[in-house]
Ligand binder design. Structure first.
Ligand SMILES: [Zn+2]
Length: 225
């Protein structure tokens, strides 16, 4: 394939928000540099972008921005690239012998579109059927947050959440639905403020119609507290 065609293909892949793999595409040397070294380099990159745009970085309001953005990239919004940040896999024995579905819904998702580096904001709903192992409820929020804090594609985020919980819970019976707004769609390009994107991944028993239907009905429940 000619190189121009390749570039065109990659660009349309990005525009259509299609990811290429369920693993985050990281290079083998991704963690050779320390976080502090990364912050120093990114700081210069952000300064370069701002200066190229013609901004005056001696202005008090702008002078701290390169450092602030670099720290935010490395430690916060892309902090989930670091495998050391993965929530520990503490699980418990299912003492109540609760064999029904457990649903944790409306988990807040703050992520970043890897094609435009703009926010993805939404909710994740997770369900699993225990085969003897359970996790603390907050663990599910932490797993969502860990995978969300990466440059992401919503489909991949949904699959990564399910795969991690399948591993931790030692069962295939895990499902996740993510409903999120992409600011690259809502605030630029086509500027559709109302639209949101729904992605789902159903493992094990959740591939059965009745089980899947039960999960989706729980998500629809609008309980008043
Ligand atoms: Zn985007």
């Amino acid at each position: 394939m000619k190189i121009e065609n390749k570039i065109e293909e990659f660009e349309s892949l990005g525009d259509d928000h299609i990811g290429t793999s369920s693993n985050t595409p990281l290079r083998g040397d991704a963690f050779k540099l320390s976080n502090d070294e990364k912050i120093e380099i990114i700081k210069d990159d952000v300064r370069h972008i701002m200066e190229t745009l013609g901004l005056d970085l001696t202005d008090d309001s702008l002078s701290g921005t390169p450092n602030r953005v670099a720290k935010m990239f490395v430690k916060e919004i892309f902090g989930g690239l670091d495998p050391k940040k993965k929530p520990s896999a503490s699980t418990f024995e299912n003492k109540y012998k609760y064999g029904e579905m457990l649903v944790e819904k409306n988990i807040t998702v703050y992520s970043t579109c890897e094609h435009h580096l703009l926010p993805i904001v939404g909710k994740a709903h997770i369900a699993y059927i225990s085969n003897g192992t359970v996790v603390g409820l907050s663990k599910m929020n932490r797993i969502v947050d860990y995978f969300a804090k990466r440059p992401q594609v919503q489909e991949r985020l949904t699959i990564q959440i399910v795969k991690e919980l399948q591993k931790v819970l030692n069962t295939q019976d895990v499902a996740c639905v993510v409903d999120a707004k992409h600011l690259c769609v809502n605030s630029r390009g086509i500027r559709d403020i109302e639209s949101s994107t729904v992605t789902s991944e159903f493992g094990g028993k959740f591939k059965d119609d009745a089980t899947r239907r039960e999960f989706l009905d729980y998500i629809k429940l609008d309980t008043k507290f």
